[in-house]
Design a protein around this ligand. Structure first.
Ligand code: 5GP
Ligand code: ZN
Length: 117
């Protein structure tokens, strides 16, 4: 599994930085965003280091699928699956990505506007 020593989310996987973990699978970890933008704001990450969603798509078989399934499970656990929730991969700096270890935002618990800006 690829690890980057200077990567914030690799450090969360390694338990070097604490996070409130809500879900875990063989290849994914999910924890609450430190600066939540909605009542439910969870980040699903890959345990291995992949820079962004495109790299995840190019990576191991079924890894992107595992992230999506994790998000589905979290939405149900958080009680937002029925009313609706949003899944976001900010991919690249122009799209607002600030942490270059792929993460899927799971947002819910309030009305979410569109377009996101
Ligand atoms: P991005 O802007 O890259 O799509 O999202 C990065 C997200 O990571 C932001 O929503 C930010 O609040 C969150 N974040 C940054 N540092 C930490 C941290 O140390 N712990 C947690 N739990 N979330 C973080
Ligand atoms: Zn990383």
């Amino acid at each position: 599994m690829a690890v980057e020593t200077d990567c914030l989310f690799c450090k969360i996987v390694a338990k070097e930085i604490p996070a409130e973990i809500v879900h875990e699978t063989d290849r994914t970890l999910a924890f609450r965003d430190i600066n939540p933008q909605a009542p439910t704001h969870v980040l699903v990450i890959t345990k291995g280091h992949h820079a962004d969603a495109g790299a995840v798509a190019d990576a191991d078989e079924g890894l992107a699928d595992e992230m999506l399934k994790a998000a589905r499970t979290i939405a149900r656990k958080e009680g937002v699956a029925e009313e609706g929730y949003r899944l976001v991969f900010n991919t690249g700096a122009a799209a607002g990505q600030t942490v270059f270890h792929a993460h899927l935002h799971v947002l819910g618990g309030r009305d979410l506007r569109w377009p996101p800006g």
